[in-house]
Design a protein around this ligand. Structure first.
Ligand SMILES: [Zn+2]
Length: 322
């Protein structure tokens, strides 16, 4: 049975950077949460999301599931008064930029003291792409019998797309394939660190949980699906152009000109087709959700009951941590 899980975890990590390394800023942006009360509100919220001036942090999905948007100063009065007439809202953050500034300052402080940090301290901060690439090579050097780093393609700006294979001798004779990826969305920094942490645990820990995984799976991890900062999420060929995507190139949810038009999705889809993973975990952030396939109306072979069962066990194990 194949499962495709999209895991959305905590955190508000919003500052995406351009290829050149210069940071995009959000001066005066407010983060506002709208909560649809009925189906009419849900439709209105979806209409709001199409407004190219706002930044959608969490899309509206159903009644009582909130939509979070960052609104620039020049739109705040009109947009918010219109939206507030429709459904309840609350301001989550008065000034998005100051939050980001604070986080950048913390990162700079962490970096300046990095010479005194231990290997474990890696997990207390976010990693830029170069550090991720260094980390996986370091992991391979430390565990050459288990870890193999390879390149599976190039991004649109020519950066190498890296994949890590982790396999340990022993255990089951017919191991399944597990694939995990992170950083589909450039602003979801913690999803990179989730993959880094997971790889490190597999290599460094000798616990029953880790043994269970490595006795039964060959694990492949793509820590950075999207090293340039484009949004490839809606560019895959399955259910292309469906609900939650747009053909407007200015939209936050633009799906691209045609399926797999981005080299990142093309390369990853070839990896998926050749590996045929039994378990595929896609790490995202913002919100506390676990989604399983299919997120569109395409018919599929998923066993809903079994998927719910797995989701129940995952959420139960995560509950004590959050
Ligand atoms: Zn995401």
């Amino acid at each position: 049975m194949k499962f495709l899980f999209l895991i959305f975890l905590c955190s508000l990590n919003l500052c995406h950077t351009e290829g050149s390394g210069s940071a995009v800023t959000f001066p005066g942006y407010k983060v506002v949460r709208f909560v649809p009360q009925n189906q009419e509100d849900v439709e209105a919220a979806k209409k709001m999301e199409e407004n190219p001036g706002i930044l959608v942090l969490r899309q509206a999905g159903s009644v009582n599931q909130s939509m979070d948007v960052a609104i620039p100063p020049h739109m705040q009065t009109d947009f918010m008064s219109a939206a507030r007439k429709q459904m309840p809202s609350s301001i989550m953050t008065e000034n998005l930029e100051s939050l980001i500034d604070r986080e950048s300052m913390q990162l700079a402080m962490d970096e300046s003291s990095s010479s005194t940090q231990t290997f474990e301290a890696v997990f207390t901060q976010y990693m830029p792409l170069e550090a991720v690439n260094q980390f996986i090579i370091q992991l391979q050097n430390l565990h050459p019998d288990m870890v193999n780093v390879s390149t599976y393609g190039k991004s649109v700006e020519g950066r190498e797309l890296q994949m890590v294979k982790i396999e340990r001798e022993g255990g089951s004779e017919n191991k399944h394939i597990m694939l995990m990826d992170g950083t589909t969305h450039a602003r979801e920094w913690i999803s990179t660190m989730q993959t880094i942490y997971f790889m490190n645990e597999l290599c460094e820990q000798d616990t029953p949980e880790v043994n269970k995984i490595l006795d039964n799976f060959v694990v492949f991890v793509v820590p950075v699906v999207n090293p340039d900062g484009v949004d490839p999420n809606r560019n895959f060929d399955f259910g292309f152009g469906g609900i939650g995507s747009s053909d407007d190139p200015c939209s936050e949810v633009y799906h691209g000109p045609f399926p797999l038009s981005a080299p990142e999705t093309q390369a990853l889809s070839e990896v998926i087709s050749s590996l045929k993973p039994m378990l595929y975990l896609c790490m995202h952030s913002y919100s506390q959700m676990m989604l399983h396939s299919y997120g569109c109306s395409q018919p599929g072979e998923i066993n809903e009951r079994e998927a719910e069962h797995v989701k129940y066990f995952i959420s139960r194990s995560m509950l004590p941590i959050y």
